[in-house]
Design a protein around this ligand. Structure first.
Ligand code: SF4
Length: 396
């Protein structure tokens, strides 16, 4: 069976304050009942592997129960953790978690307390990891190590390797410091190393007999991951920009494989005036991240083509006898439902928006939700570019 992996950020709460953290912060988590539903939806949509992460995933109160349920559904489970809570607490909850996992991925960047403190880690973080490695020595769970490589620790990784070599480590993975969002973005200059520096360093660390594989993960490798946020939004990141693919609580069905393909923004034009259509096509053809996949001149064709071509976005004419973009949007919404419909932009050849327009637009927004994007009045060109650019930077 083909694997379908997701990374589930079950909470954004954390008991550490790493300066390189690029995790999403302050997203409210769901209650356990809802997360059980999310798990059911993930399993029903072919997910075979879950990496539980956060924040610090074990701070979610019933992580043990979710892991047990996932295992019952035949899903492989890996936990990525800073190890603090698991090291400091020996109880049924922590035992349950460790005993049901396939992989325990511990994050450790240095054996030096000084460096760890500079990275914003818990005091004595290394000692806590050491205690946890001792505690799990005779357990069946496989141990993996994640190390974030930055200017602060790149020259001290040999000594970390010497220490890890005292244990049976299934794999040691290096993650390049990534200034993509949150604190990591603020600390870019202080931390960033190049891909080349990382590659060379990793090569020199493939020498420890008790460490299975040693590899590194580049930013573009992260961007292949499908991430489930605490509110069940499904996210992938493209060129540093997050794109929401839907919601694993609200949707029973989603196609994670298809969603992962990173393509140009597909655009359909529904307009019955040849000259204007040509102008719109020319504007879009100038953009290397967007493409026109279809042109329709009547409502029925537009509906059929949208269902067939699955565009990300539609530019449609506002109102005319033959083609009314608002009607198209409404019909598409009724046929596909709000999660599957493209983003609608309506073009009007007038040069001002009236109260009557606003009423109509409010009604259409109510009917099709956030997928109604904008009413564009003449001149269009620059506005069309801005709409597509904004979509690219903040995908629905
Ligand atoms: S990197 Fe991980 S452990 Fe550190 S603050 Fe962010 S979520 Fe917490």
């Amino acid at each position: 069976m083909e694997k379908q992996k997701v990374c589930w950020k079950i909470t954004t709460r954390c008991n550490q304050n790493c300066k390189y953290c690029f995790g999403f912060s302050n997203i409210g988590e769901l209650d356990y009942g809802k997360d059980e539903k999310v798990l059911e939806h993930l399993a029903n949509n072919g997910v075979t592997d879950i990496t539980w992460t956060g924040g610090e995933a074990v701070l979610y109160p019933k992580l043990n129960e979710l892991i047990k349920k996932a295992k019952e559904k035949g899903i492989n489970c890996k936990l990525v953790t800073n190890g603090i809570y698991l090291s400091q607490n020996d109880n049924e909850y922590t035992k349950d978690i460790i005993d049901n996992l396939d992989y325990l991925n511990l994050s450790i960047d240095s054996i030096s307390n000084e460096i760890n403190l500079e990275l914003g880690k818990e005091n004595n973080h290394f000692e806590l990891i050491k205690q946890l490695l001792e505690k799990t020595k005779n357990k069946s769970v496989k141990i993996a190590i994640n190390t974030v490589v930055s200017k602060k620790n790149i020259d001290k990784l040999d000594e970390l390797g010497e220490f890890l070599n005292n244990y049976k480590i299934d794999n040691w993975k290096f993650l390049k410091f990534m200034p993509v969002r949150e604190k990591a973005l603020l600390n870019k200059d202080e931390f960033e190393v190049t891909e080349k520096q990382l590659e060379e360093k990793v090569e020199s660390l493939r020498k420890f007999e008790n460490i299975g594989t040693v590899r590194y993960k580049k930013q573009k490798d992260f961007e292949k991951s499908i991430v489930i946020l605490p509110n069940a939004d499904i996210i992938i990141t493209e060129n540093g920009v997050d794109r929401c693919l839907g919601n694993a609580l609200e949707q029973e069905k989603f196609n994670l494989k298809e969603s992962c393909k990173i393509d140009k923004i597909k655009i359909l034009i529904a307009y019955d005036d040849e000259k204007t259509t040509e102008d719109i096509v020319n504007v879009i053809n100038e953009l290397d991240y967007a493409e026109v996949v279809g042109i329709c001149t009547n409502e029925q064709d537009a509906l059929n083509e949208i269902i067939k071509l699955n565009p990300a976005m539609v530019f449609a004419k506002y109102e005319s006898n033959g083609l009314n973009g608002l009607n198209v949007a409404k019909k598409v919404g009724e046929t596909l439902g709000k999660w599957k419909m493209p983003v609608f932009n309506i073009l009007d050849s007038k040069n001002e928006i009236t109260e009557n327009d606003i009423d109509k637009l409010t009604n259409i927004s109510k009917a099709i939700g956030t997928k109604f994007n904008s009413l564009l009045i003449k001149p269009y060109n620059e506005k069309i570019v801005n709409v597509i650019k904004t979509y690219k930077e903040d995908r629905y």
